[in-house]
Design a protein around this ligand. Structure first.
Ligand SMILES: O=C(O)CCC(=O)C(=O)O
Length: 294
């Protein structure tokens, strides 16, 4: 039997309430991650921009420098806090995302840091697709006013469990990156994200379930909780979908932790039942960019 997930995994998503004080956000994240670890979670996820309010006006103020790696505590308090929290929790930790400043180019990125249970950095992802939308009368947002996009897709090996695909929020709208991660053997696609009260109800759950059904992997979407005092109203509704696109667990708007138990058999049996994995026709569509087709 194919092995994607080497042993059962309890996954926890922390739908964190964050405010303007970074130090408070970091210590609050610590207590929620430790709570999840106490409950038996082996992989714990924080939301997009978990240590700051979300918005282009906040990115420069909250940005931290990650290179050369490892940064000093002054350069990146969040790097050091996340590393220490992962070690204290003795769990894999996906540190949502933080605004990053690359010192040489002076470019800003939206970056996720992933730590092992010993507190070592084992992967990073810079948001590849920036959130630039304009729905008249509803929401206009232009991350590219401040941020630059990362230029790499990210698959991270968690040695005890297997591979995960990692991307951030708007990245979920691009199925290609999810498919590449799944074809590289990922058992889980993780998206720290902060949808809003316009696109959240329309697309959040749909996109999470779509990526699951496309790829027959588990999918996890981790949002901040909703704060109506903030300039940006996050949707909340963190959720975990199974490889058949069933929802295993979903939060409401408030701060909470959701959990699900993941196992290899569910992936294998889903793929046996509907074997799209062996039915793909790369002879017909070798290049999904469309450039090579008639
Ligand atoms: O795609 C959306 O509707 C929301 C995306 C978003 O909030 C983000 O990328 O931060």
């Amino acid at each position: 039997m194919a092995t994607f997930l080497k042993k059962p995994l309890k996954l926890a998503l922390v739908q964190l309430a964050s405010g303007a004080d970074k130090a408070v956000n970091l210590s609050h994240a610590r207590s929620k991650v430790l709570e999840a670890a106490q409950a038996g979670a082996g992989l714990i996820v924080l939301p997009e921009c978990f240590n700051s309010p979300y918005g282009t006006q906040y990115f420069p103020k909250y940005a931290e420098t990650l290179h050369p790696s490892p940064p000093t505590k002054e350069q990146s308090p969040s790097f050091h806090a996340l590393s220490a929290i992962a070690a204290e929790a003795n769990a894999y930790l996906i540190g949502g995302s933080i605004p990053e400043l690359e010192p040489e180019t002076k470019k800003f990125y939206n970056t996720s840091l992933v730590f092992s249970p010993t507190g070592s950095l084992i992967g990073t992802h810079r948001k590849t697709h920036l959130f630039d939308i304009d729905i008249p009368g509803k929401i206009k947002f232009k991350e590219s006013d401040v941020l630059s996009p990362g230029n790499e897709l990210t698959v991270i090996d968690l040695p005890e469990y297997g591979k995960i695909g990692l991307a951030i929020c708007y990245d979920i709208r691009f199925p290609e990156s999810a498919m590449i991660a799944a074809r590289k053997g990922a058992f889980l696609l993780v998206y720290p994200g902060a949808f809003n009260t316009t696109t959240g109800p329309l697309h959040w759950s749909l996109l999470g379930r779509a990526r699951a059904v496309d790829n027959q992997t588990y999918v996890a979407l981790c949002s901040p909780s909703r704060d109506l005092e903030a300039t940006y109203h996050a949707y909340g509704h963190s959720l975990i979908a199974d490889p058949s696109a069933g929802i295993l667990s979903e939060a409401e708007e408030k701060e909470t932790i959701i959990y699900a138990d993941l196992d290899n058999d569910t992936i294998v049996n889903t793929r046996k039942g509907i074997p799209i994995y062996t039915q793909r026709r790369f002879d017909v569509y070798p290049d999904v960019s469309g450039e090579g087709s008639k």
